[in-house]
Write a protein that binds this ligand. Structure first.
Ligand SMILES: Cc1ncc(COP(=O)(O)O)c(C=O)c1O
Length: 395
């Protein structure tokens, strides 16, 4: 008998999770997984749990009295504390916040809201995180792309030219720090220039804040948000706690909408809540409970900041070592790797070179040749450098 599903088409596997699954089957002793963006302590392990997260989980186990539903918009303390973390202590009534299913959920909800009520198109950096186009295509927004990479740096003049020609009221997706995949961010002056231009051209800033604390510091990484707030923008911020608290699978994220005044506050909340209600009804408790307990307790907060600082410094040090070896042993063009921040950098390799890394050296990176610096360790650095050198030399 014919099945309903016989004619079902096949989507390609997700480029990152698919590659990760392939790597799990890899048995060669010299191997390296530089694909998925997680921060690990040792090669071939899963990310460890931050000690302060374990501590508050024990508190939760002892003190939690109910598993009842959260409000549709999420846990109020979580939203309040996350808002203060992102916007500083002066979070105003002009900001509406909603708990979301990770940063992805925040992007997706904002996309649906934008498409339904505010604008027709969104402009993404080229290149950008692989999932952005999937998320926003699904919401019905038209996608545009601003140039973000010339092979070695961020071509700011071309970006400005591009934004001068974009239709007013286009949403512009920006990575406030640790740009995924290049690792290269705008300077303070460039952010200021963009802020002026966006105001003049009536463009909608939309920050995707997924690596807070992984760039230069918790305060430093907020720089563009501060500048745009000071300049009086209406804007969107999608925020993820996956990396900054190492709670990837708990799906703790938030969406904030900054408005010029409080007139539309209830209506914005109402629209976003309606989207959430129809998709998952209300968000999960555990991740937001962890975040609220850490951000709301001075001792836990300090411990988290300290742990995150150590992770950031360790990552930046590995980036420096890797970048210096690339420059010294492969090509001077890789100087930009040293300048980058966060987990990623682009190696600018062809898909053939990427496949050679995988087939000949068991070094796994996605076809885009984005490399996760957090997968590099003293144990595998020599092997990875040797592999990259080899695919550069032999055609
Ligand atoms: C740029 C960027 N935005 C958003 C996300 C999604 O974050 P989450 O895992 O919280 O959904 C990621 C995750 O890799 C990312 O790299």
């Amino acid at each position: 008998m014919k099945s309903l599903f016989d004619e079902l088409s096949q989507n390609p596997p997700d480029p990152l999770f698919g590659l990760n699954a392939e790597y799990a089957k890899e048995t060669r002793p010299f191997r390296a997984n530089l694909s998925i963006g997680v921060d690990i302590d040792r090669p071939n392990t899963a990310p460890s749990i931050f000690p302060v997260v374990k501590k508050v989980e024990k508190e939760i186990l002892e003190e939690e009295k109910t598993k009842t539903f959260l409000p549709i918009a999420g846990m109020p303390e979580f939203i309040d504390l996350a808002g203060k973390l992102i916007f500083g202590p002066q979070v105003s009534d002009r900001i509406v916040g909603l708990q979301t299913l990770g940063g992805t959920g925040a992007l997706s909800m904002a996309g649906e809201f934008l498409a339904g009520e505010i604008t027709r198109s969104i402009c993404l950096s080229s290149p950008t995180w692989a999932n952005h186009s999937g998320i926003f295509t699904k919401t019905g927004l038209e996608l545009e792309a601003y140039p973000y990479w010339d092979g070695q740096r961020v071509p700011f003049d071309r970006i400005v030219d591009y934004f001068r020609s974009v239709k007013p009221k286009t949403a512009i997706l920006l990575h406030p720090c640790c740009h995924n995949p290049t690792g290269l961010d705008f300077t303070r002056e460039e952010w200021k220039a963009l802020s002026d231009l966006f105001l003049k051209r009536n463009l909608i800033p939309f920050f995707d804040f997924a690596y807070h604390g992984y760039g230069n510091g918790l305060n430093e990484d907020r720089l563009p948000i501060d500048l745009f707030m000071e300049a009086g923008h209406e804007m969107f911020v999608a925020y993820s706690f996956a990396k900054s608290m190492g709670i990837y699978g708990e799906r703790a994220g938030a969406l904030f909408v900054v408005m010029q005044n409080t007139r539309a506050r209830e209506r914005v909340t109402n629209h976003l809540s309606a989207i959430a209600r129809a998709v998952y009804s209300n968000p999960p408790r555990h991740g937001s409970e962890i975040v609220a307990r850490i951000l709301g307790n001075a001792a836990h907060l300090k411990e988290w900041e300290e742990h995150l600082r150590r992770r950031r410094e360790g990552l930046n040090e590995r980036r420096r070592l890797f970048g210096e070896r690339l420059v010294g042993e492969v090509s001077e063009k890789y100087e930009y790797v040293i300048r980058g921040r966060g987990m990623f950098s682009l190696l600018d390799l062809s898909p053939e070179q990427v496949m050679r890394l995988q087939n000949e050296f068991a070094v796994y990176i996605p076809r885009s040749s984005r490399i996760n610096i957090a997968g590099l360790f003293p144990e595998n650095m020599d092997h990875v450098i040797k592999a990259i050198k080899a695919v550069h030399e032999k055609k």
